[in-house]
Ligand binder design. Structure first.
Ligand SMILES: [Zn+2]
Length: 86
């Protein structure tokens, strides 16, 4: 199944007003379209720093540290930040 995509209302409205300036109904439909409960994705990265006897990876957003010997998490388990690859 295809991944869901979300559209920004302001962007769609701008587009509607530019391409369909006479279509007030369309603009109104955009304004009144239901909202999705979407959280903005926050991006962070793992910062490797010395910790105890080895090193650990610290979330650049919340500062939590995780050892992750089996590969780095794609998301911070503590704050949910999406981790960009270095
Ligand atoms: Zn975090």
């Amino acid at each position: 199944m295809a991944e869901k995509e979300y559209i920004e209302r302001d962007g769609l409205l701008e587009w509607a007003r530019e391409f369909y300036p006479e279509e007030k109904v369309f603009a109104s439909a955009v304004i009144n379209a239901p909202t999705a409960d979407v959280q903005e994705v926050r991006h962070g990265k793992w910062i490797e720093k010395p910790y105890l006897l080895g090193t650990s990876n610290f979330c650049s957003l919340c500062g939590e540290n995780y050892g992750m010997p089996h590969g780095k998490y794609k998301f911070c388990p503590n704050c949910g930040a999406k981790m960009d690859k270095e």
